[in-house]
Design a protein around this ligand. Sequence first.
Ligand code: F6R
Length: 595
Amino acid sequence: MSGFIGRVSESAVKERLLSGLKLLQFKDDDSTGVLFCNKDGKHLYRVVGQVSDLIPLIPEDVDGYLGIGHTRWSTYTRQVLENVYPLSSETGYVTLVVNGLIDNIQMIKRRLIKRGYSFRSNSAVEVVANLIEDNARENEEPIRALHRAMQFLEGDYALLAVFKGNCRQLFFAKHGVPIIIGQGRGAMLICTDYSAIADQANEYYYPKDGELGYIDTEKLVLFNSRLRETKPHFTEVSVSEKTLELGKYPHYMLKEIEEAPGVIRRLINHYFDGTKYRFDDRLIKRIIDADMIVFIAAGTSYNAALVGQRYLRNFNKKVDVFIASEWIFYPYQSGEDTLYILISQSGETADISKCLRTIRAYGADVLAITNVEVSTLYQSADYSLLLHAGTEISVASTKAYIAQITLLSLLYARLVNKITTIAALERVIEAIYNIISRRDDIKAIADKIYKSKDVFFLGRGFDYDVAVEAQLKLKETTYIHAEAYPGGEMLHGPIALVEENTPVVFFISDSLTVAATREVIEEMRNRKANTIVCSLAPFNDSSDSFIISHPIKGYHSPITFAVFAQYLAYFTAVNLGRDVDRPRNLAKAVRDRNV
Ligand code: F6R
């Protein structure tokens, strides 16, 4: 994975640059570099390691009014210092960080070698730096060299550039890889990920493909792809993002699980005005008119789409749901008028962006459901609904899942004009507060299961959907093998894996399924499994049970049970000493590989 941040400000940048860089960094990132600019020139520090390894290398008295930082996981080779960004061109004319994939880098490098350039690294970034240097003309603004170089680059990228002798302006170029420009008090920032600067900026501009320009302490100077200066329109972010501190919590995951009641309340307030729903009438009409609805998403967002699918089927719609990375290769077009609903917490997942492009090529409409207003998905869709969950820092998604299914429930309620959903959601909020107050009971269950090698989650209907999310949460945070099955399906083969003490967690919200589920529990007991029941009513059974005795509607059980599942994953991961907020091999937004 990889990300960059740049800051130009009236005061010293080091502290805030490094705190942003830490937020960008993922557990497996293996190289980090920063460049500070001050009146004495450029100060470059790089390390094969993480921000914590880099900090001791930066002398205390070195700081700057302009800084850039980069963090990266090198997917191709073992990382070596020569290849760590930022990297400079041959004479130091420009220093760069780049994210993305440039397709014709070898061809450009061969051309530069013929023109006399030599290279100190194997990195594509050095090639781009030399390409910019090669395009520089004496007494010309650096933006022209950058623009000329862009004409040679094929592929998707975003870059930050610091030019020699110019410590007041930080240059950027964007093509295909999203970046965000933020305006704060006495500072301007550029970053690959909104969440890393959410607490440093109040207004945002989201550059389009082909745009380039620079920031100084107070403004953004923007050019379009033909190098004509254009006026950027900054947007204020609607959710307050000043809550990125951990406060009393040991982990963001725990903090974010416990933000669930607030997230639901915020969504109610946003999409219901006290007497009626506040969805764009055009969107409602579009859903009503569509012959077919297709949900596309990945990971947890896909699991939320499973719930959304049930809601819209109840609205008598033809609905399908696809995993984004599958749909890209096997896009199914029914020929009917289709509305695509793309769900993505980050709005930047590469698979989703690819689907978006294909849907665009079809000329079909897209409804985006995302947590990030300044994201490719939000900005490019025909209709967008914001999750208002606030920045989710923990890599494992918790409050965003709650927000996704709550929002889908509100949308469904609007479609069928059901005001009672609001009262039902109020009861969900109460139930979640109750779960929070009993979190130690869930910890006690985690204490019993954390040494297991397999865990199974079973449920029927909506309870199956939450089982799927529960297994993903447990798997990604604890590295324990976990699977979910529709309640009865477990008996058709997977039961072979159940051994003495294997935890099997049952979600039960629907009285219709109780008798059938009891039989499955019996089967599991015969294999001496450790059965655990999470239900909406006393189950009267000798399993370890967690009962939520609030009058929750069955169609809201995923919201409620999800909190139990998230706690179970969290406490199990803590017991195992896992890096809870940054589980291995997973990034907050799963992007393509980088240069
Ligand atoms: C799970 C998780 C991932 C993401 C998936 C999609 O906790 O975080 O499975 O849900 O990578 O990400 P978004 O929703 O940002 O598209």
